[in-house]
Design a protein around this ligand. Structure first.
Ligand code: AMP
Length: 330
């Protein structure tokens, strides 16, 4: 019997609940420190306990015995490098090679630019900072250690502070991008290679610490505190878009899927997310993508305002993944 497995973090509950609803055996690769948490959930059939997720490859034979398919999520990407992910011996849902394009800033930019998405300018040298920029760490850092800067001097000061705090080692850890103003939106999609159809599944916003807390403090006090606000994701909140924006949401997703097919076979199969901001003209700037399920989909375990238009039953992203596997098996 095929089983569905994932790492115990990020969106594991949603993924395994969806898998159970579709009739699969469910397996969680779980760090011992979180065993108590995950034992609470009866839809998890089996826990494989590890000290750290880096032991995943050592669980291969157990997972193979269970005919398991791994569902990759943000924790897999942050805990394993691209080569380690590519050498996983059990089937990985989606396209494990596109995860390298998510982790590598240059490849990421190429995929977005070739998809004809509106992408913020990259600043290759801190000397060229002439406007508000955001300094981001490589990989799936989740916004921790990111900071804003308006000049080279400002950048150097903040970089040195983060080095002193042990958060980064130096310039090489940072990637500079023009700051995009507007209303943030994280667009969640699912592409089925079986039907060759793109489904827009939902949209969320993120609450990031410290940046989202700053607005609660009056400007005078903000100026008095010597804080480098980071963009560390704490949670997500739901959102719906003006209906007039939906057509372009689909077009952007389709362009991304087409480009991924061309650049990184077999393409953008399964869930993905385009992340960015809408400006005052409703124009979207994409500053990031995730080439796998995002945690913002945890909002919609009973379906979203958009999945409801596509399915006559509650359809989470986790369940949609399991449904695709079921169809593919048939
Ligand atoms: P990321 O790791 O790229 O998803 O970035 C984490 C957070 O930083 C995002 O959720 C945004 O709040 C913010 N961010 C990243 N890039 C930009 C950008 N170019 N303009 C504005 N905000 C950004």
């Amino acid at each position: 019997m095929t089983s569905i497995a994932t790492l115990g973090s990020h969106c594991a509950l949603q993924v395994l609940k969806g898998a159970k609803d579709e009739g699969f055996k469910t397996i969680l690769v779980c760090e011992k420190k979180r065993e108590k948490l995950y034992r609470r959930f009866k839809f998890i059939d089996k826990l494989i306990l590890v000290d750290t997720f880096s032991e995943l490859s050592e669980c291969s034979s157990q997972l193979k015995d269970d005919d398991a398919i791994i569902i990759p999520h943000g924790t897999l990407i942050s805990q394993m490098n691209s080569s380690q992910i590519e050498s996983i011996k059990i089937p990985v849902f989606g396209n494990k090679w596109i995860l390298r394009w998510e982790s590598d800033r240059k490849m990421k930019e190429k995929l977005m630019v070739e998809s004809n998405l509106n992408v913020p300018k990259t600043i290759h040298n801190p000397k060229d900072i002439g406007t508000l920029v955001i300094a981001k760490r490589h990989g799936a850092a989740g916004g921790k250690g990111y900071f804003l800067a308006t000049s080279e001097k400002d950048y150097n000061k903040k970089r040195d502070k983060l080095i002193a705090q042990g958060i980064i080692k130096g310039d090489n850890d940072l990637y500079l991008q023009e700051y995009a103003f507007g209303v943030s939106a994280y667009l969640q999609y699912f592409y089925s290679p079986l039907t060759e159809e793109l489904e827009f599944f939902g949209v969320d916003r993120r609450y990031e610490s410290d940046i989202d807390g700053l607005g609660r403090i009056p400007a005078l006090q903000q100026m008095d505190i010597d804080l480098i606000p980071s963009f560390n994701v704490i949670g997500n909140s739901p959102m719906v878009l003006r209906e007039s924006l939906l057509d372009e949401v689909y077009s952007m997703g389709e362009r991304f899927v087409d480009t991924a097919k061309r650049l990184v076979a077999p393409g953008m199969n399964g869930p993905f997310c385009l992340e960015g901001v809408y400006d005052d003209n409703g124009k979207f700037t994409t500053f990031e993508f995730s080439a796998r399920i995002v945690a913002g989909t945890n909002l919609y375990v009973d379906g979203s305002p958009y999945s409801t238009f596509l399915y006559d039953e509650p359809m989470s992203m986790g369940r949609r993944i399991a449904r695709e596997i079921k169809k593919a098996k048939k």
